[in-house]
Ligand binder design. Structure first.
Ligand code: G6P
Length: 607
């Protein structure tokens, strides 16, 4: 998946395209490119690697022209080389593409048979040639694009720029987002409102299957059936300023440190702080009628779902199943009519999560989206949005959005318990008080950073790392392992501490750090036993627990991180911070790019 932008403007387009691409780098950053039209001719500059490489090339060879398109790539088809970088072009047009054209092989063979010569390994080039072929038959650009769209299968967003057409861009959306921004005598297309925020805050979103014919003065939306349709322009809340790192070396570090504040905001969205009670929640279905709940998400968001399962089962006494969206969507799971599925997503654009939500809706299920981007596709499709107020998250590995997701899951669990009459008012008050304490506790934990950094020095030497936890700390162990893997490229696994003896114990030796997440909860003693099993086999234990945890464990511990005393209920919200800091510092010590780890992207809009 990738970020795309198109500008029909006044003044040089290329620098503005680069500005927009900077805001889209979260969607991919393995190569980038720009194409503009100058005196009716197409000109392109593309570069392998991060956007700064493209910037350097453009500085050396500026592109003229007031209309253009740009792209930042996360490779799907073809290596991230300059040749495979977008925009792709024929002698008649250039195109940028986000997504996957699934039937590209058949179409490619057909075009090769017609004499088209492919310069790249991408699926995108077929879109360029198909439209070119339609143009060659005398169609107008709009007719040619429309005819082509009917032949493409998959999930994609496209923007076309045509030779000799100084006042025309054509865009299309099928399964991947595309927004139109309207300026003063200017028009913009982009993957999201954030990309267009420097130019305009008047945004309209293409609906599924829409395509759009844009000029500087006008925009015509057409639906999949080619009917002219109205798509409303709204004032977008996306801020004009690109988030800054402040005094931090990386966005990730800044975002870790923002957590006390943003989880505080999220809590106050759901909680009446003076009364220490939950604010009313608008359920999309009758909570009393539910027999179970499903939670669907990807990556770190799915870890928030797993932790939510512990809380919902405990407070609402409802069975919960949690699934990763890429499995859920193709499993054809039975949906209870009027039943509830909660979707968790930072970006609100993750392709598998979005497709799973569509599946549930088509089968009569009701949906709640726990989502950080209020204008996203998932937020717009859900019956009810439960927002996380993390603010823009730039670091590719999710941190503050994750802890805000945990807050939302905690609130949903408590609210469901109340709505179903299984959680007393007194218990609601007690649990809300514990939740309200988490921002302060998190702020305290962030002060442990120097101690975390020391532990990271040893992790940076490791080849494999094991994370153990029980109860709600088990999914946090999974998240810890995921964070370390994605940032430092060290192999790591998260395991339920009690499951250790059924396999992973065989891995334990004096080389492998075992990180134990041991908040003082009702299963803490059991976790101690598991730690003893590790120690008995000469394992290297890193314990994260409260001040007395190391003493009580009575085993040799290599490193100990003393966490503040706290009620165990929502401990994962607080214990998330050392887990994140460990991964961050290990990556930094190893010289890895903590904000943009290799091969990853923040928003995964392909399946
Ligand atoms: C990518 C990101 C993760 C994120 C996941 C789900 O893999 O690198 O940090 O958790 O996508 O993204 P979402 O936007 O749906 O939360």
């Amino acid at each position: 998946m990738c970020g795309i932008v198109g500008i029909l403007g006044k003044g040089a387009a290329a620098p503005r395209i680069v500005e927009a691409l900077k805001r889209l780098e979260y969607r991919g950053y393995d190569s980038a490119g720009v194409a503009t039209l100058w005196h009716g001719e197409l000109h392109r500059v593309r570069a392998e690697g991060k956007l700064r490489n493209l910037e350097a090339k453009l500085a050396a060879h500026p592109l003229e022209g007031e209309i253009g398109i740009g792209h930042t790539r996360w490779a799907t088809h073809g290596k991230p080389t300059e040749t495979n970088a977008h925009p792709h072009a024929s002698d008649r047009l250039a195109v940028v593409h986000n997504g996957i054209i699934e039937n590209f092989r058949t179409l490619r063979d057909e075009l090769i048979a017609k004499g088209y010569r492919f310069a790249t390994e991408t699926d995108t080039e077929i879109a360029a040639f198909l439209v070119t072929d339609e143009l060659a038959q005398g169609k107008t650009p709009a007719e040619a694009v429309h005819a082509t769209l009917g032949r493409l299968r998959g999930a994609f967003a496209l923007v076309f720029l045509f030779k000799g057409e100084d006042n025309l861009l054509i865009g299309a959306r099928q399964g991947a987002p595309l927004a139109v921004g309207q300026g003063e005598g200017e028009m913009f297309l982009g993957s999201d409102a954030l990309a267009l925020a420097p130019f305009t805050d008047r945004i309209a979103y293409l609906e599924e299957g829409d395509w759009v014919i844009a000029t500087r003065e006008s925009v015509e939306f057409r639906d999949a059936g080619n009917n002219v349709v109205t798509r409303r322009f709204i004032k977008s809340p996306a801020g004009g300023l690109l988030a800054e790192k402040g005094n931090y070396r990386h966005f990730m570090a800044k975002e870790i440190h923002e957590q006390p504040e943003v989880i505080g905001h999220t809590i106050s969205h759901y909680v009446d702080l003076s009364a220490q009670r939950l604010k009313p929640f608008d359920w999309p279905c009758d909570p009393m009628s539910l027999n179970r709940i499903s939670i669907v998400a990807c990556g770190t968001a799915s870890m928030a779902g797993l932790i939510g399962k512990y809380w919902i089962e405990r407070f609402a006494r409802l069975p919960v199943e949690v699934d990763v969206a890429s499995e859920y969507r193709y499993r054809e799971p039975p949906i209870d009519k009027g039943g509830l599925t909660i979707f968790v997503s930072q970006s609100g654009e993750t392709a598998d999560t979005l497709a799973s939500m569509r599946y549930v809706r088509e089968h009569g299920g009701r949906t709640i989206a726990v989502v950080n981007v209020p204008t996203s596709s998932i937020a717009r499709l859900a019956d009810v949005v439960a927002p996380t107020l993390a603010g823009p998250e730039i670091g590719v590995a999710s941190t503050k959005a994750f802890t805000c997701q945990l807050v939302a899951m905690a609130v949903l669990a408590l609210a469901l318990g109340r709505a179903r009459g299984v959680l007393s008012e007194a218990e609601e008050g007690a649990r809300v008080a514990e939740l309200v304490a988490t921002p302060g506790l998190l702020a305290e934990v962030l002060k442990l950073e120097p101690a975390v950094e020391k532990i990271a020095q040893t992790l940076a030497q490791a080849r494999d790392v094991l994370y153990l936890g029980r109860g709600a700390a088990y999914p946090l162990a999974l998240e810890g392992a995921l964070k370390l893997k994605e940032l430092s490229y060290i192999h790591a696994e998260g395991y339920a501490a009690g499951e250790l003896k059924h396999g992973p114990i065989a891995l334990i030796d004096s080389a492998m750090p075992v990180i134990v997440l041991g908040p003082r909860d009702p299963v803490f003693e059991k976790t101690i036993s598991n730690m003893q099993e590790v120690a008995a086999r000469g394992g290297r234990i890193v314990l994260i627990g409260d001040a007395h945890a190391a003493e009580e464990a009575a085993v040799a511990i290599e490193s100990f991180l003393a966490m503040p005393d706290m009620a165990p209920t929502f401990a994962p919200i607080v214990y998330a911070a050392p887990v994140q800091m460990l991964a961050y510092h290990t990556a930094v010590i190893m010289g890895k790019d903590a904000d943009q780890p290799r091969n990853l992207a923040k928003s995964v809009t392909v399946e």
